[in-house]
Design a protein around this ligand. Structure first.
Ligand SMILES: [Zn+2]
Ligand SMILES: [Zn+2]
Length: 308
């Protein structure tokens, strides 16, 4: 997740047809259809911006070098989306061979799938490690798939809770639900303030073969709603080790793996909560909250719990 929109119910958009690779009517139809596909699965809505009003999302077809963006052509990106927020943009590389819809065939890139994927970024989704996802870096679908739907519902609600969810503040009907994240028997978690800002993050890690050593951190806003995630980072945890945390007097924050033979390895978190290898002397673990799914998500000095 890249972030969360404050007001996703009525996102306005404007299509800029300069350099458009298809007729205007087709582009309007494809974009409106992509918006409707997202609206069908979560409480999010889109409408064209009124004449003269600013738009929440501006969609345009851009040349390789444009504005202050990373130029198209340097990597494989055929489109990109601006920062999450009340006014953002979708830029489409106009130097590509575009077709209406379907899947990518050779050099022909489907505009519908591209709109759908970029709208996922507009809503706050990042790239998914699930190869079946629309939000994978190389999507093989032109639908909002299950993990995409779970992601957007985690941000904005909708859908019915199921057995694979984590419920934040389970007694509070407004409590967040993290959809579809619990892989039976293989996902564990704990709370830790990875970035040192005074609120805990929920860390989830997976030990199954496809997700081995995968670590994801959920950051919450002060109302306990999911705000963004970092990761998945692979290889940071190990099912054969005990996982614990430490904070030193200097406020350095560590993730520590202790193996049955007593050997320990550790990672130190930076100010953004990103872990990196640590080769010095590790502190003794002094945070025992791991696997106890309770932590202070909103910084009010009271622990919130998570039920699964
Ligand atoms: Zn751009
Ligand atoms: Zn993308």
């Amino acid at each position: 997740m890249r972030g969360r929109l404050e007001d996703p119910a009525e996102i306005t958009y404007r299509l800029d047809f300069e350099n458009a690779p298809l007729d205007h009517g087709s582009i309007e139809e494809l974009f409106a259809r992509a918006c409707a596909e997202w609206s069908a699965v979560a409480p999010v809505g889109f409408r064209p911006a009124a004449e003269g009003d600013g738009a929440g999302v501006t969609v345009s077809f851009e040349r390789a070098t444009h504005g202050r963006c990373r130029p198209f052509g340097i990597d494989t990106a055929v489109a990109h989306t601006g920062p999450i927020g009340a006014q953002t943009y979708i830029h489409i590389d106009h130097g590509r061979a575009w077709k209406r819809d379907g899947l990518r065939e050779g050099q022909f890139i489907p505009l519908y799938q591209t709109f759908l994927h970029e709208l996922g970024h507009v809503l706050g989704l990042g790239h998914s490690p699930d190869p079946a996802a629309l939000m994978s870096t190389n999507p093989q679908t032109e639908r909002v798939e299950r993990s995409d739907r779970d992601g957007v519902r985690t941000l904005y609600g909708g859908g019915r809770p199921g057995p694979n969810d984590y419920r934040v503040r389970p007694d509070d009907p407004e409590g967040a639900v993290l959809y579809g994240l619990r892989v039976e028997g293989t996902t564990e978690g704990g709370f830790f303030d990875t970035d040192g800002d005074g609120t805990d993050e929920l860390l989830l890690w997976r030990m199954d073969a496809p997700g081995f050593g995968q670590l994801v951190a959920f950051f919450f806003d002060r109302r306990g709603r999911p705000l963004r995630t970092t990761g998945p980072r692979f290889g940071f945890v190990d099912g054969t080790a005990e996982i614990s945390f430490a904070v030193t007097d200097e406020k350095e924050r560590f993730l520590i793996l202790t193996y049955p033979n007593g050997h320990r390895i550790g990672y130190v978190f930076d100010g953004q909560g990103a872990p990196s290898s640590f080769t010095g002397e590790l502190p003794a673990p002094n945070r025992t909250s791991h696997r106890r799914l309770e932590g202070d998500l909103d910084g009010d000095d009271r622990d919130e719990s998570v039920l699964h």
